[in-house]
Design a protein around this ligand. Structure first.
Ligand SMILES: [Zn+2]
Length: 260
């Protein structure tokens, strides 16, 4: 099982070795901005690395929204990031499920997701797996609760879509971690990546606040059980820089190895 961390994008391979990580996730542009990613000079080195790479799309992307001024640039930005992520050899592009605004119909949000994949298909399809990630907050989210996730997957039925399960988001979003992998897989058929994070926010608080694995409000053994059940690669998106994340990775290796 490949285990790694979300790291600074300047030199992801150096960040990987500093943490003894087999995988890294990073941004290709400002996560809060709308700028298209620039080609990376180290693309060849990244592609050749034996570290597994994942790219996280900017947080501003919301392809579900009924607001044209957000949805249209979101689609474009997602396509731009998909091309840039493929250029560095990433195994997947992670993007949040998004939401519609209060008063808007969530059904339209699911259909906007379908249109996003249709739009990509018009230009040959996404060049790498798109991993939709569950989110922690909001009443109108596409991928917070499993009933919404099921409707999203129904809408995307014609397309190849991956899933990234974040343990902090699930817990804070109000989904019990016990047995969660089976319930998710009954909907998506797959889990491509686990974001292994503890949560500063309590169960169903709706708060997206990550904590180190042995801190927070989740029993760390539940996070380990999710990873074991999913059998997917793992990225920690936890605080504390090199030291904090290296400790989280070592904790997971110890726990997972102990029962292997
Ligand atoms: Zn995450």
């Amino acid at each position: 099982m490949r285990i790694g961390a979300h790291v600074d994008p300047t030199d992801p391979l150096a960040e990987a070795s500093a943490r003894d990580a087999e995988a890294v996730q990073f941004f290709l542009a400002d996560p809060q901005g709308w700028k298209a990613p620039k080609p990376r000079e180290d693309a060849e080195r990244l592609r050749a690395a034996d570290v597994d790479l994942y790219v996280h799309a900017p947080y501003v992307i919301n392809v579900a929204t009924l607001n044209n001024r957000i949805r249209i640039p979101s689609r474009k930005l997602l396509l731009g990031h998909a091309a840039a992520a493929a250029a560095v050899g990433a195994r997947g592009l992670i993007v949040h499920g998004g939401h519609v605004n209060a008063g808007d119909d969530l059904a339209v949000g699911f259909d906007n997701w379908r249109k996003t994949f249709a739009y990509a298909a018009d230009s040959g399809g996404f060049p790498l797996p798109i991993l939709i990630e569950n989110t922690a907050g909001g009443d109108k989210a596409c991928a917070r609760h499993l009933d919404a996730l099921a409707r999203l997957w129904d809408a995307l039925g014609d397309y190849e879509v991956g899933f990234c399960l974040d343990t902090c988001h699930a817990h804070a979003g109000g989904e019990e971690l016990l047995g969660l992998v089976d319930r998710v897989k009954a909907i998506t058929g797959r889990i491509d990546l686990i974001h292994a994070n503890n949560s500063k926010g309590t169960f169903n608080s709706g708060q997206d606040r990550h904590d180190n694995l042995t801190g927070g409000t989740i029993d760390p053994e539940l996070v380990v059980a999710v990873i074991r059940a999913a059998g997917a690669p793992v990225i920690v998106e936890t605080p504390g820089g090199v030291e904090g994340q290296a400790a989280d990775i070592a904790f997971l290796r110890g726990q997972l190895g102990a029962a292997a």
